[in-house]
Design a protein around this ligand. Structure first.
Ligand code: ADP
Length: 418
């Protein structure tokens, strides 16, 4: 196995699996730590999707260690710890603690943190993360329901999560080329720094960093650096036929949106405007018992024409209201469980194509559908492919991180189905 990735959520996993597959690596994504017999001999890259972004840090560490030891047992050459390109985390973790644990588990002393994903407008300069032309702390990520990002200085953010000294791999070094980057990493290690936040604003920057890190056992970051590292390995397998046909399951399509990001709210509005039959669900109504899964499932089954959409996506004011009444975690869990149960109910009545918005939401839906492993299909928008469960007759899933995709994402995904 050339490359392994441990992703802290499901859509993040799909994002990096796509980055590997795009470079021609035969990539399988597992939801959770795979069992031994699951790996076919011709797999170049494995992505292990955990649901470890917002769980207590010690649990995220345990899961990530187990994932790393599974990868090592399968002779992985290099591991990427994949987190969100907006560095989604809180001061309690989990990026810092998991990086510490993986360094130890993989026998490394030093790594980089490279969340930059220029294709999706995430860039890092002087250690500060930008979303488009806006600092992270001024972007809509400051209102995220679970991981509000209110500091754009990633050195500060990460240093609050770890005792390992954090430093900077600056643009001046990156633009000076791969030898300079490799030298800077060595110098930083001599200064006792253990994690460097990597500046990067272009794919060329990521390629330079990727090449400089080609023999590092652990690299951390988003799908952008995943692509850079995959390009290193792709050279090794050139000429071998890789691609297999993506087979669409027959059945109906549904859209489930549990993300409250600005992008997802726009995408919901877009298809509601087109005429998709729509039902909005609200955690307070779920908690009080006035909204139940079976009635929403019946409504979806009876809907005609466009795919039905069921969404909880709300603006920060309404999210805050629900969280005040129910608590942040409880409100999120209620929505996730509801959409998971709904997906399972719809699956049993012939729905086979699930378009899902939200990282945590995608985790809940995939678990409810018992999807253990995915193959990667055609790309819908940057970072988001159609995928399919590798089980016979398994469903197709488009799992979208909340912030990803153009306003017409859902419709584009629907139209791609054959
Ligand atoms: P994203 O990819 O945008 O981060 P996620 O699905 O990962 O989306 O996270 C969104 C979280 O917000 C989930 O836990 C979800 O259940 C929760 N949530 C969704 N709708 C609401 C709402 N109306 N009120 C409170 N929490 C909500």
């Amino acid at each position: 196995m050339l490359l392994g990735a441990i992703a802290d959520d499901l859509t993040g996993a799909t994002d990096i699996a796509l980055a590997f597959a795009r470079e021609g690596l035969r990539t399988v994504q597992f939801n959770g730590i795979p069992n031994e017999r699951a790996l076919a001999s011709n797999v170049d890259a494995v992505v292990i999707a955990l649901k470890s972004r917002t769980i207590p840090a010690f649990e995220a560490v345990t899961l990530s260690r187990r994932a790393a030891s599974w990868l090592r047992a399968h002779n992985v050459k290099q591991v990427v710890f994949k987190y969100c390109s907006t560095f989604d985390s809180t001061d309690k973790g989990n990026i810092g603690p998991v990086t510490e644990a993986l360094l130890e588990e993989l026998g490394e002393t030093m790594t980089i943190a490279c969340p930059s994903f220029p294709e999706n407008g995430r860039t890092v300069f002087q250690g500060h993360l930008f979303v488009g032309d806006t600092l992270l702390s001024e972007s809509s990520m400051r209102d995220h329901p679970l991981t509000p990002m209110t500091d754009s200085n990633l050195i500060r953010v990460l240093q609050r999560q770890t005792a390992l000294p954090v430093g900077l791999l600056a643009t001046t070094d990156v633009r000076a080329g791969q030898e300079r980057v490799a030298a800077r990493i060595k110098e930083a290690a001599a200064q006792n720094l253990r994690i460097l936040i990597a500046d990067a604003a272009t794919v060329e920057d990521l390629n330079t960093i990727g090449k400089a890190c080609s023999d590092r056992m652990l690299v951390t970051g988003a799908a952008g650096i995943g692509g850079g590292l995959a390009r290193n390995h792709a050279a090794a397998i050139q000429g071998e036929p890789r691609s297999t046909e993506f087979v669409w399951p027959q059945g109906r399509t549904v859209v489930l949106a549990g993300s409250c990001s600005v992008a997802t709210r726009d995408q919901v509005n877009h298809v509601v405007g087109l005429g998709y039959p729509a039902t909005k669900i609200d955690p307070i109504a779920i908690a009080s018992g006035t909204l139940d899964v079976s009635s929403v499932a019946e409504w979806a089954i009876a809907s005609e024409g466009w795919p039905p959409i069921i969404y909880s996506s709300s603006d920060p004011k309404d999210v805050f209201k629900a969280q005040e009444v129910l608590g942040r975690e409880e409100a999120g869990a209620l929505v996730e469980q509801f959409l998971g149960k709904l997906a399972a109910a719809l699956r049993s009545t012939g729905f086979s194509r699930f378009i899902v918005a939200g990282g945590e939401t995608s985790g809940a839906v995939s678990a409810a559908l018992s999807v253990n492993a995915l193959e990667i299909g055609p790309e819908i928008d940057p970072g988001v492919p159609w995928t399919r469960s590798i089980d016979a007759d398994g469903p197709a899933l488009a799992l979208k991180s909340g912030n990803f995709g153009a306003p017409d994402f859902f419709e584009k995904a629907r139209r791609m189905c054959r």
